[in-house]
Each structure stands twice: as structure tokens, then as C-alpha cells.
Design a protein around this ligand. Structure first.
Ligand SMILES: *Cc1c(COP(=O)(O)O)cnc(C)c1O
Length: 374
């Protein structure tokens, strides 16, 4: 029989679109002894994790918690809970993740109206306004705040303002934006939002922080048809993650992953949300200066460029795959490839969470300079 041995991963520097580098503090938290998932001590930790997430999302929403599944499940939870067959939803698309939102909405049987904008550009608010005038019976508007596939920030505040003036629910993907750029769930009137743990929170992958407004909660409670997904049905999940010490078993929470998320949120609270966003902005400036010194060009307009996800144009005559594999093999440095329409045209350099620091910026510029012979 073949012999097996432990898997010891190399220590890489993760500067792609996620996962980002996980700190020693978070890794230590992950390795603490597992508690029973209904142990009173674990329930207290669940409560504290919920209030830390309220801090990170800037919300008072009672229904704020991590789903026991990755960001994609967070996305699916929005659509399966808030929409019923025949409901009208507008989805703004300017990258891969907007397209996935459309796919989710279609699968719940909703009537989907798409607002398409070119990849690498912002969703145009006037297009949303026009579509809402044409479809005043729209129930919800969905868009991606930070489009990781292109490095574009959509104007969440304005898009929500428009959606609200037509009495729509707002559904927002904040997987890459949370803790990296300004995000105000209550102030901007976001009704339903999801994120991921492996981007600017720098926690291990596999959890999806989510939050629903009172309006969204009522919409879910008043559904005529049951939520098609048993696992993602919020009406059932609240019995497990809800208020008070009385919790009913729904599934077994990934106990150690919650330790890790809690630790990463404590780190965020200790640094301060505003300081975290400030750090992402200033490290982005350093990275941009370094890339330009190598003769490289940013792919996204400065006005709506994400600091935590830098799309960089691949120069003429440079072999995309060879550069990325040399960075990985010779420098243990991971950067991201272009996705979809942008495959082969851009690199995506992440500066997320714990990976967003001067040492990494310098290392990335040095390594890229050597590989490119510049
Ligand atoms: C990474 C990402 C997701 C998906 O998250 P997973 O944890 O990979 O499922 C969704 N939306 C955006 C904008 C992302 O960057």
C-alpha cells in the first residue's frame, strides 16, 4: 500500500484575489481545542462574533452572522431567501460576480433585468434609474460593491439611493469590499449583504458573513413559497444563530473556523475600521508607484479603482502564465490571473487584509521587476 504523510504547505505570499495571507494570530485561534457547538461558551463566542460583524458592516441589523459556507453561498442565500418565482429583480453586471448574481436570480425563477456595463468600468447609475422607471414593479436591485474580477468599485451609496427611491430591496456583494474600502450598511440602506472571510478580513476561507435589514427579514417571513434551499433557509438558521441562549440544532457550526473569524474581527476592531481602509488606500498608492516605476500601467480608472485589488495591464509580448508561474515557483509569490474577458490581458494584484503591508508591496515590486528583467 502507498504510504501517506502529513501535508506541510510552503509559506507563500498571497497577493492574488483571495485567499489573502492569514496571520499567526488567526492560525493560532484556529488550532485551539474544539468545543461542542451548543456549549454555552461557544454560544457566547457566537454572540460576540455577531456584534463584531455588526461593527465591520456598520449596522445594527439583528440578523447579522456568518453562514457556514463560502462567499458564493452568501450570494445564493440572498436570492433564495428574498426572491420568489416571478419576482422582478434588476442585476447590475460589470464583471464575473455580477454575472453569477444573474445566474442565481434566474435559478430561483425570478424575472431578471440586466444592466450591463463594460468590464473594467463602473455600473452607470443613470442606467439603473432608467431601468427602474421602465420596471416600477421591481422587487430588488442587486450589484457587486467591489468587482474582484476587474478591480472596479461600484458606487454602492448612489445605487442604493436610487433603488430605495423606487422602494426596492437592495442586495449587495461585499465579499472583497468589507474592511478594505468604506462600507456603511445602515447609512446606505443596504437590505441584504454578504461577504467572505478570505479577502480583506484575512481569515481562512469558508465562511460568509451576512446581514439582513428589518425590511428584508419581513420579506423572508412573509414568503408565500418555502425557500427552495433547506440549508440556506434563514427562517431555520435563525433558530440556531438567533437571540438568547436557547439555540436549536440546525447544522454543526464550523467551530474552529468561528474562532478564527472572531480573532480576525478582534484584530480589525483593534486596528479600527477606518484605519484599515486607510491602510489599504496608502499601500495601494505605494504599489501603484512601484508598478509604474517598472513601466506597468493600471487597467482601471483612478476614480473607481479598488485599492485592495489592482488590475495591471500585461505589457505587449509578455507571457502571462510564465510570469505568474515564475513568481510562484521562484519567489513563492501568488498574484492573480485575469478572469473571463480579461484573461491574458491583466494581472490582479491583491492587497487584502494582513497581506496589505509595505513589506509585501516591496517584495512584489522587486520580484516582478526581476522576472520582467526591469
Ligand atoms: C471571492 C468572491 C466571491 C466568492 O466567494 P467564495 O468564498 O470564493 O465563494 C463572490 N463575490 C466576490 C466579489 C468575490 O470576490
Amino acid at each position: 500500500m502507498q504510504t501517506y504523510s502529513s501535508f506541510i504547505p510552503k509559506t507563500r505570499t498571497l497577493m492574488g484575489p483571495g485567499p489573502s495571507d492569514v496571520s499567526e494570530r488567526v492560525l493560532h485561534a484556529l488550532s485551539r481545542p474544539t468545543l461542542g457547538h451548543l456549549d454555552p461558551d461557544f454560544i457566547s463566542l457566537m454572540d460576540e462574533t455577531k456584534s463584531l460583524l455588526q461593527y465591520a458592516f456598520k449596522t445594527d441589523n439583528a440578523l447579522t452572522m456568518p453562514l457556514s459556507a463560502p462567499g458564493s453561498a452568501g450570494m445564493e442565500a440572498m436570492f433564495v431567501n428574498l426572491l420568489e418565482p416571478g419576482d422582478k429583480v434588476i442585476v447590475c453586471i460589470n464583471g464575473v460576480f455580477g454575472n453569477r448574481m444573474k445566474e442565481n436570480a434566474k435559478r430561483v425563477g425570478a424575472e431578471v433585468i440586466c444592466i450591463d456595463d463594460p468590464w473594467g468600468e463602473q455600473t452607470k447609475p443613470e442606467k439603473l434609474e432608467r431601468a427602474l422607471r421602465q420596471h416600477p414593479d421591481t422587487k430588488a436591485v442587486a450589484f457587486v460593491h467591489a468587482e474582484t474580477s476587474t478591480g472596479v468599485r461600484n458606487d454602492a451609496k448612489t445605487l442604493c439611493q436610487i433603488a430605495k427611491s423606487f422602494n426596492c430591496l437592495t442586495i449587495v456583494d461585499a465579499v472583497t469590499s468589507l474592511a478594505g474600502i468604506e462600507l456603511c450598511v445602515d447609512e446606505w440602506h443596504i437590505d441584504a449583504i454578504y461577504s467572505g472571510t478570505q479577502k480583506c478580513l484575512s481569515c481562512v476561507p469558508g465562511l460568509a458573513p451576512i446581514s439582513f435589514s428589518e425590511h428584508a427579514v419581513q420579506t423572508i417571513q412573509k414568503r408565500k413559497s418555502p425557500v427552495q434551499s433547506w440549508f440556506l433557509d434563514m427562517n431555520l438558521i435563525v433558530g440556531y444563530w438567533g437571540e438568547g441562549q436557547k439555540r436549536a440544532y440546525h447544522h454543526t457550526a464550523p467551530v474552529n473556523s468561528i474562532y478564527a473569524l472572531h480573532e480576525s474581527l478582534v484584530m480589525l476592531a483593534q486596528e479600527g475600521l477606518e484605519n484599515s481602509c486607510q491602510r489599504h488606500a496608502s499601500m495601494h498608492q505605494h504599489l501603484k508607484t512601484g508598478l509604474e516605476s517598472l513601466g506597468l500601467e493600471m487597467a482601471v480608472d483612478e476614480a473607481y479603482r479598488l485599492p485592495q485589488l489592482n488590475a495591471v495591464k500585461i505589457p505587449e509580448g509578455i507571457d502571462d502564465v510564465q510570469v505568474r508561474s515564475r513568481l510562484l515557483n521562484e519567489y513563492d509569490l501568488e498574484i492573480g490571473a485575469g478572469l473571463g474577458e480579461l484573461a491574458g490581458k491583466v494581472w490582479r494584484i491583491g492587497l487584502m487584509g494582513y497581506a496589505c503591508k509595505q513589506k509585501n508591496v516591496d517584495y512584489c515590486i522587486q520580484s516582478l521587476g526581476r522576472v520582467l528583467n526591469r
